[in-house]
Design a binder for this molecule. Structure first.
Ligand code: UDP
Length: 247
């Protein structure tokens, strides 16, 4: 977000990638894609490509991090060096630590951690290709992977951003819009209750603009949540079919 706010990003009501202001990028979600993880998910969101893998509940190591009353939730967001235009230095940096922290805090409020004292539930999110919106894509994929692992949760967390581009409030900001737009508002919610678990704002929004952006982002979340549910349903239908064929 440069804050410059370029003015040629929406022409005749269409954004540079052809979307209308309230349109999402195409989203594809597949559950159960990794053999060695307890739960997993591959998600494409426009040009973003992310993989999420969940392990656990398993023994919490090192032992001094064990909590006698609840499981520890570990969330590691990692961007592959080749995922961005200017090669990213491998390993954690301040940005990935921040994203891991806010994503973990969102999930801690939904997973029934108290069911698994002394254990650890580990979530790994690998960004293979990035085009803005990767924290939302990662959290959305992580939540499907947690459900795929059979981890008990209050609901599936879903995330989506809205923003301000060319003086208009738009849904699901892409990289060019993120660079040259005026604001980006990623949120994560619980679809059943509408409870907000994560909200960050990069840029400036007037109160009315904020309300509209929040409304658009929630609508985006609800659409992506349908796709999360479909992905999980598909995975279990396949399993059920395979089971029937064996019998
Ligand atoms: N980005 C990049 N190099 C980096 C970090 C980010 O090119 O080291 C790009 C990447 O496309 C990312 C976008 O900038 O998706 C926006 O990053 P931001 O920190 O806003 O997080 P995101 O929108 O991905 O959640």
């Amino acid at each position: 977000m440069s804050g410059k706010g370029k003015t040629d990003l929406i022409v005749n009501g269409k954004r540079l990638d052809g979307r209308k202001p309230e349109e999402l990028r195409p989203v594809k979600i597949q559950a159960g894609v990794l053999k060695r993880a307890d739960g997993s998910c591959y998600l494409e969101w426009g040009e973003n490509k992310v993989l999420a893998a969940v392990f656990g509940p398993r023994e919490c190591l090192p032992k001094h991090e064990q909590d006698p009353y609840r499981a520890r939730l570990l969330y590691r967001y990692n961007m592959a060096p080749f995922s961005v235009e200017d090669r990213k230095r491998p390993g954690p940096d301040r940005r990935s630590q921040e994203i891991s922290k806010v994503s973990r805090e969102a999930l801690e409020r939904v997973v029934f951690l108290e069911n698994f004292p002394k254990a650890s539930i580990d979530v790994f999110v690998e960004v293979l290709q990035a085009d803005a919106g990767t924290r939302c894509a990662g959290l959305t994929a992580a939540s499907v992977a947690l459900a795929d692992a059979g981890i008990p949760m209050r609901d599936i967390v879903v995330a989506c951003a809205a923003g301000k581009v060319d003086n208009e409030i738009v849904l699901d900001v892409n990289k060019i819009e993120d660079n040259d737009g005026q604001a980006d508002l990623p949120i994560a919610i619980l679809p059943r209750t509408g409870e907000v678990l994560l909200m960050q704002l990069d840029g400036i929004l007037a109160p009315e603009e904020y309300k509209r952006a929040l409304q658009l982002a929630v609508e985006g979340c609800m659409k992506v949540n349908e796709l999360q549910r479909n992905a999980l349903r598909e995975k279990y239908e396949k399993l059920a079919d395979a089971g029937e064929q064996k019998e």
